[in-house]
Design a protein around this ligand. Structure first.
Ligand code: ASP
Length: 316
């Protein structure tokens, strides 16, 4: 079992065997999380600080739960109410927290690259919980675990990632992870929601959803990231649903056992039909949330092992 990373800043630096190590360890935490007593002492004595500069429901809650179940001292910084509002820079805030000797720093930030920058300034392990439209590595890992459990493998699958690819860090991290594991990836959506330089992604691109979903094993829907849009990317939500909203009719183009995924939060009736999202025979959206806690436990476990293996850098 090898995992050589000091931080988890993205999927990009991970090797396929490190991804497998992470997913295998996550399975152990899935089992633990289904027991009455869910405690593990893995992070005992360590301090975990969650710094969310952007709103979050699932991600923040699951990092908090993961840390607590593993025995860490977990602190949630309310960044909305912090000194950032008084003009403190990200780096000053990081240095201040660093002086409190955290071991794990979980950071979400609206700017791409902000988490990498912060990781250079602190001496604990940093986990990217989403930075701008850049990466959201734990989301891609929990998606991979969900797919592997539903399909029995994580290679040679045909996977359609649909909707607002341009603004989505979930899409970027998934494209990288699923590509490293040798799957066929299709990107489906209007040209206005495809990122520049799409050819470099090495994926097939479809504007017509009925074509894009044909015979796929997995349909991954994305939220329309309205907060990152500054113009008219779609004609109207009604029109968008008509062309790109996933419903039973469009899903019938995929394989009969294809699964439906969504990272949440969902816009029901915009990118996905509400009844389909709740259909437990097709939708694995709740499993994704469950896998999220286990994957975050595995990530923090592996980073903590690497942290403990390093000589302590003493601050002066
Ligand atoms: N929750 C995911 C994220 O933070 C997906 C989304 O917001 O649409 O990127």
């Amino acid at each position: 079992m090898r995992f050589d990373q000091r931080h988890l800043l993205g999927i990009e630096p991970l090797r396929p065997d490190e991804i497998t190590t992470l997913l295998d360890l996550s399975e152990k935490y899935v089992t633990l999380n289904r027991q009455r007593d869910k405690r593990a002492g893995t992070l005992s004595g360590l301090t975990q600080i969650n710094m969310f500069f952007e709103n979050s429901t699932r991600t923040q809650a699951s990092f908090e739960l993961a840390g607590k179940r593993m025995g860490a001292d977990v602190m949630n910084m309310s960044m909305q109410a912090s000194s950032i509002k008084k003009g403190e820079t990200l780096i000053d805030t990081a240095m201040t927290l660093n002086a409190m000797h955290p071991d794990l720093l979980v950071v979400r930030h609206p700017h791409s690259g902000a988490v990498d920058l912060l990781a250079q300034k602190v001496n604990c392990a940093v986990i990217n919980a989403g930075d701008g439209r850049h990466e959201h590595p734990t989301q891609a890992l929990l998606d991979a675990l969900t797919i592997r459990r539903a399909k029995g493998r994580l290679h040679r699958l045909s996977i359609a990632i649909c909707g607002d690819i341009a603004h989505s860090r979930v899409a970027r991290s998934n494209i990288m992870l699923l590509g490293k594991m040798e799957n066929r990836i299709r990107l489906v959506g209007p040209a206005t929601l495809m990122p520049a330089g799409i050819a470099e992604f090495g994926c097939e691109v479809f504007e017509d959803m009925n074509e894009g979903l044909k015979d796929v094993d997995v349909v991954m829907m994305l939220r329309l990231q309205k907060e990152r849009m500054d113009g008219g990317f779609i004609p109207s939500e009604r029109e968008y649903f008509h062309r790109y909203g996933l419903d039973a009719q469009k899903l019938s183009r995929a394989k009969a056992d294809a699964i439906v995924m969504h990272p949440g939060p969902m816009n029901r009736g915009v990118e996905i039909d509400g009844t389909l999202a709740d259909d437990i025979n097709r939708s694995v959206i709740q499993e994704q949330v469950e896998m999220g806690v286990a994957v975050r436990m595995a990530v923090m476990d592996l980073l903590a092992r690497n942290l403990r293996a390093r000589p302590k850098e003493v601050l002066v």
